[in-house]
Ligand binder design. Sequence first.
Ligand code: ATP
Length: 233
Amino acid sequence: MFTLENVFAGYGGTVILRDVSLALPSGSVAALLGPNGAGKTTLLRVASGLLRPTSGTMTFDGVDVTGARPHQLAARGVCHVPEGRAVFPSLTVRENLALSGRRGTEALEKAVGAFPRLGERLTQLAGTMSGGEQQMLALARAYVSNPDVMLLDEVSMGLAPKIVDEIFEFLGRVAREGASLLLVEQYVSRALALADFVYLLDRGQIVFRGEPSELDGDDVFAHYLGSEVGHTH
Ligand code: ATP
């Protein structure tokens, strides 16, 4: 179980997250939704240790990890896939995977098992691949580190529908294998199809928490997400 309890955080003097509490039980998928600027990325940055909460508590499997650095959380199995393409563009696919912390053929086989396309491109420089392929590589790098918790920030953003399908298939696979996912997604319906829990963030506060089924016909959802409701492609 990964938790944030009564977390406040921000930048300089600006408070962004206000009294945020969120629980991600082991092996579960939570969708973190909300309008632009609500603080979703900020929340993931706190969860990954990139941004220290100004107050509140974070725990992982019962251990207080408040204020832990990103590498310390990574060592515990918390892995962050930030917005954008988290790859080293001037290194090959193989080198990018080797830098994920796990070397050898096992990691390579795991990456290629998840995204066969990467197997055909092991010697290609990551920066010369398509946006979708780079995102697959970024996800594969996270996956081969065998994370217990994956924090995923709009990993399908700007990609072709076919690639988005592949990425969601991959996320389903990671979830079935037992990792917990905290998913910030613009594709609300797809995220909800995968999610056990939904958190709705607005202006730095959690305004709804529940199961996806509880959102059916709930105007809280339409109110905060507007036209994004039903956005599936
Ligand atoms: P989006 O869906 O548009 O990506 P978001 O919900 O992820 O939005 P955040 O990126 O967390 O929202 O931003 C929340 C607020 O924090 C915004 O008002 C943003 O301008 C502000 N903010 C983000 N990063 C910084 C920073 N490094 N310094 C100061 N303010 C920041």
